[in-house]
Design a protein around this ligand. Structure first.
Ligand SMILES: O=C(O)CNC(=O)[C@H](CS)NC(=O)CCC(=O)C(=O)O
Length: 270
């Protein structure tokens, strides 16, 4: 596996699709040519807190709508892979899926993952209760895929709380799991770092978790602190407001960690 240079774009996405897409384009335009392998944007980066998500889902069934076409073009223009956080996509179910797409530097789809665990929670913040399952259907397929840098896995946001998903990703060979997110300020402050580091340490893999950050509207505030975690649990992170940074995963650390602590060999199926 080769080192991978990832641009994390931590966003305060809002209800204006064009503004959100412009933000991605402007962050990419600031990078020196050839300095980034892959760009990662957060969950629902293109449309956040908007009633238009379902209408967008109708246009993005094949990721060729107003979001997919722009993302594919940016990938080609800059010669980078893009992990497009999540975008609503109409599938066979009555509600859309919260779908993460990965496109390569030719703008072709490499993988798509539908969020498996939907955020139905009674968090005490300004938002009150969250009922993601009112608007979305849940995926059921664990997604791992090969890349020029190694084998990658996908998870989204609330999925971070389900170690069995990450164990399956590890069993399918994932060396780095990419986690676009929109963790709330309240739950992020309490749990985000611990969850990201635990999933990395217990599976001997990298976690690249890219979160929304800041005040989106009167009700929604997210935690930020997007982070790259090594299989040893070391991490680098962004702050709590919008920003972007290139993080490089030194993939030799996987073997080091797995040799030092061969937990995969010591598992007992209880
Ligand atoms: O619906 C959108 O527009 C964007 N999506 C989200 O904000 C999603 C579903 S409501 N948020 C989470 O999964 C937060 C999980 C979380 O914060 C935790 O597990 O603590």
């Amino acid at each position: 596996m080769k080192n991978i240079r990832m641009l994390f774009i931590q966003m305060t996405s809002g209800a204006n699709l064009q503004q959100n897409l412009d933000k991605v384009a402007s962050e990419l335009a600031q990078q020196a040519p050839g300095s980034v392998d892959m760009v990662i944007v957060p969950e629902m980066f293109a449309l956040f807190g908007s009633k238009e998500q379902r209408a967008l889902a109708e246009q993005e069934t094949t990721f060729n709508g107003p979001v997919g076409s722009v993302i594919r073009q940016l990938a080609v223009e800059h010669g980078v892979w893009i992990v497009a956080g999540s975008v609503p996509a109409m599938a066979s179910a009555s509600n859309p899926m919260a779908r993460c797409h990965v496109v390569d530097a030719e703008g072709e789809l490499v993988a798509s993952y539908d969020k498996i665990h939907l955020f139905d929670a009674n968090v005490t913040d300004k938002q009150g209760a969250y009922r993601e399952s009112d608007d979305y259907s849940a995926g059921s397929e664990v997604v791992c895929f090969d890349s020029p840098w190694g084998r990658l896995g996908l998870a989204i946001c609330y999925d971070l709380r389900f170690p069995e998903l990450f164990r399956q990703l590890a069993e399918q060979g994932a060396e780095l799991v990419i986690v676009p997110a929109a963790f709330t300020y309240v739950t992020g402050k309490a749990h985000w770092e611990v969850l990201c580091r635990a999933r990395a340490i217990e599976n001997g893999l990298f976690i690249a978790a890219v979160n929304q950050a800041g005040q989106h509207d009167a009700k929604r505030q997210t935690w930020g602190h997007s982070m790259l975690v090594t299989p040893w649990g070391e991490f680098e992170s962004l702050a709590d407001s919008a920003g972007s940074k290139v993080f490089t995963a030194d993939l030799s650390k996987i073997e080091q960690a797995r040799t030092a602590l061969p937990v995969h060999q010591h598992r007992k199926l209880l």
